[in-house]
Design a protein around this ligand. Sequence first.
Ligand code: UDP
Length: 250
Amino acid sequence: MSDNQVVYNGETITRGPLAYEGKAKQVFETNDPDILWLHYMDQVTALNGKVKEDFAGKGHFNNIISDLIFAYLSHQGIAHHWLTEISETDQLVRRVEIIPLEVVTRNYSAGHFVSRFDVKPMMQLSPRVQELYYKSDPLDDPFMNNSQALSLKIASQDELDQVFAMADQVNNALVKLFDEVKITLVDFKLEFGRLKDGQIILADEISPDTMRLVDQATGKSLDKDVFRKKEGDLRVGYEDVLNRLREHVK
Ligand code: UDP
């Protein structure tokens, strides 16, 4: 078996051509039309790709943290695209048609929420905030409201209802999970996709690249904010998150 092949559910999956390269992941076709092969790169970007750096080993942390979180969400009955990890940096996922929306949930104020509304950071938000952004690199992912998403036929009302309900389910599950390992889940971004039959499932990755996580003991960031704010080596926090989750999620 070569590096380009893996056995999944008794089927030999062979990595095919590159379908898409994002800011931190490569997506490959496979011989199974319903399965894609994801490779997590060591690259980190901020400001929608305008600032870039390589951190050896980061892809491994994102891959394994994402694996642990998706496995945990499976136990909570949340439908998602993740199938299995296949190496330190790679995983197999179900092919979906990605809905071009970023769904952000905020439990505490941070990032753009602070600058947009001129509020203090780490203010508890009750009820939690849900926001939509239109996934578009040339437009820098602009904010989008529900009626814009409906009118532009990006998603139907029923799909938006499902997406927001699933984001709440994920939020409840992850707030609890992280609290158990003494981490505060400040905010995070999710993406969703449609299966061939139209079912909506959770897609993309869930890692410190897509969440803000704060250590409850020290108040320190354990996520990409360390890179955004040039506060040192982000891998220290990523490794800490991985170790805490690994011990906790069985
Ligand atoms: N986020 C993301 N990808 C994006 C934009 C945001 O994963 O393209 C995540 C980000 O890591 C944070 C949350 O979504 O956990 C909210 O981000 P915010 O809108 O505050 O934007 P930022 O300040 O991160 O640019």
